[in-house]
Design a protein around this ligand. Structure first.
Ligand code: NAG
Ligand code: NAG
Length: 526
């Protein structure tokens, strides 16, 4: 029996340097973009599958329309010991702890994807599933935010959870819940949860205005709480330190929360916050080469860049330019066009940040690159990197290369999106996926019994964790599909979340291409 100990903490790669930019044949570009790869991927399938993954990660009472049927109700007494209803939300990865910070980041990224790629997701018929995935998170955040200055941050703890290998439906491990409040602050967690609820409020604005308003109300209170009672949540909640320590501190999340609140409310006070604390909170100081559940600067800087051209923000042009130069540093670093400070790549061209769960950085990069490319296109501008001027087409093409690598265009011909294509990881490090489905076999499987009978079992998992993006290959494109290789075979909700929007974008591109293709065929045949 092996006891799995995981430490998801990492160090942050950052550089203090600035950079600058300016001003762009569409079908030719589409041709080159899609013709350069011999393989055409079914992005519609990838999109649908990515959304299924969030159903597999559900905690709580599952609804009648639950599509992932190897899962059942679980965690139904979460919060009971503390006298609060914390039933619901998402398990973060292959285990059963509900970690607030990565869960909130997951919801923020799903929401951002839904906002920026709304039409594309709607055209694919996946809007409803996208909104369900977001709402499963926000319903939980509403429960967890029990009073203005109290937010429940975690249910269960990593150490006791990792002692057992069980289905969520059989869980016997501690479900102790942990909170932040005035005397145990957590500005990072409060800021990110505010960001998630503000971003989600934009998503629900038209279809569910009452819910949207409720989310906004919580978001505003949470931001105020996080701003007024400053501190890192891992200083208040020790048990999270080994798993999701806030290495970058809380300043990025406060800026990020204010940014999303500004987008959701249009209230000047939030914009003023992003401007007035830009320098002291590192918003215009940190030049990053990664974007993750811990470090929000690059995402913030990309969002701030978009305000630069707006008339009403003219008086803040200098600060917005600084934000934008840092956003461009990030984009250029992914494109390998900075002066030295670039993101490493595997021999086959995958962005490589670090060994453990590298794919999380690939999916966030693919997302930010896609968003930034769309932005440049809308403004008819180009990106000025140290090593040259880059068109929006090139940026999008690189983002597509990363997404295509994920879907199987790599030396192993392996899709790292589980359940997609002919070859994908079969031994994903995931308790539920690796054990016989509860609905088929309700006999209790104990804590260590799971390790003995299922964890150490040879052969594929009985359940396919469809839509999960696993940690992925090493720095030489190698991948070992083994259940105990959690560095490579574990998936997390925040890996898949940014892909939803990106898949929708590439699906639209592919469809345009097909329309154009059939047009030219018709022209040719006449
Ligand atoms: C690029 O980096 C090199 C080495 O650090 C430095 O000497 C040079 O001045 C930099 N160039 C620019 C334009 O920043
Ligand atoms: C991947 O696919 C290519 C093209 O079909 C093939 O030449 C190559 O041998 C495959 N590689 C592996 C590891 O299966």
């Amino acid at each position: 029996m092996e006891k799995v100990r995981k430490q998801k903490k990492h160090h942050v790669a950052a550089f203090k340097t600035p950079r600058f930019m300016h001003q762009c044949c569409f079908f030719l570009f589409l041709f080159t973009l899609l013709a350069t790869t011999t393989q055409a991927f079914d992005y519609a399938d990838a999109l649908s599958k990515s959304l299924l993954y969030f159903e597999a990660q559900r905690s709580g009472r599952l609804p009648y329309n639950q599509r992932v049927t190897w899962r059942d109700h679980s965690g139904l007494t979460d919060g009971l010991e503390q006298g609060v209803d914390l039933v619901g939300g998402y398990y973060d990865a292959g285990d059963h702890v509900k970690f607030g910070l990565p869960m909130a980041f997951t919801v923020t990224m799903l929401s951002w994807g839904a906002i920026d790629f709304w039409e594309q997701i709607a055209d694919a018929g996946e809007l409803e599933h996208t909104m369900e995935a977001i709402k499963w998170g926000t319903d939980y955040f509403i429960k967890a935010h029990t009073s203005p200055n109290v937010l429940w941050a975690e249910v269960g703890d990593g150490d006791t959870d990792h002692y057992c290998w069980q289905r969520a439906e059989d869980m016997t491990t501690s479900r102790q819940a942990f909170k932040i409040d005035e005397s145990n602050p957590g500005s990072d967690l409060a800021g990110e949860t505010a960001a998630a609820m503000a971003a989600a409020s934009i998503v629900f604005k038209k279809t569910n205005p009452h819910y949207s308003h409720l989310l906004l109300h919580h978001a505003q209170q949470l931001f105020e709480f996080g701003d007024k009672y400053r501190g890192k949540y891992d200083a208040s909640i020790g048990v999270v330190k080994k798993y999701y320590a806030s290495v970058s501190g809380y300043m990025d999340e406060l800026l990020w929360g204010a940014m999303w609140l500004y987008k959701a409310t249009d209230k000047e006070e939030y914009f003023e916050y992003v401007i007035s604390t830009a320098h002291s909170f590192g918003g215009t100081g940190w030049a990053m080469t990664e974007f993750s559940w811990d470090v929000k600067y690059a995402g913030l800087q990309v969002l701030a860049s978009k305000f630069l051209m707006e008339e009403k923000h003219k008086k803040h042009v200098n600060i917005l330019k600084k934000y934008r130069s840092k956003a461009e540093f990030y984009i250029c670093s992914c494109l390998n066009k900075n002066n030295g400070s670039n993101v490493a790549r595997t021999p086959a061209g995958l962005l490589y940040v670090r060994q453990w769960n590298n794919m999380q950085y690939v999916s966030t990069a693919a997302f930010l690159l896609t968003v930034y490319s769309d932005f440049l296109q809308s403004k008819n501008q180009k990106l000025n990197c140290h090593d040259g001027i880059v068109s929006h087409e090139e940026i999008l093409s690189f983002a597509k290369s990363q997404v295509d690598y994920i879907l199987g265009l790599n030396p192993l011909n392996m899709s790292y999106l589980v359940g997609f294509g002919p070859r994908y990881p079969k031994m994903v490090h995931h308790r539920g996926a690796s054990i016989v489905p509860y609905r088929e076999s309700k006999g209790f499987i104990g804590c260590t019994q799971g390790y003995d009978n299922w964890y150490s079992m040879q052969g594929p998992n009985p359940n396919v964790l469809v839509g999960a993006l696993v940690g992925g290959p090493d720095h030489e494109d190698n991948f070992e599909d083994q259940r105990n290789n959690y560095v490579q075979t574990e998936a997390c909700t925040y890996n898949t979340a940014p892909l939803v929007g990106a898949f929708a974008k590439f699906l639209q591109l592919e469809n345009k291409m097909l329309v154009h293709d059939s047009d030219s065929l018709q022209v040719a045949s006449f």
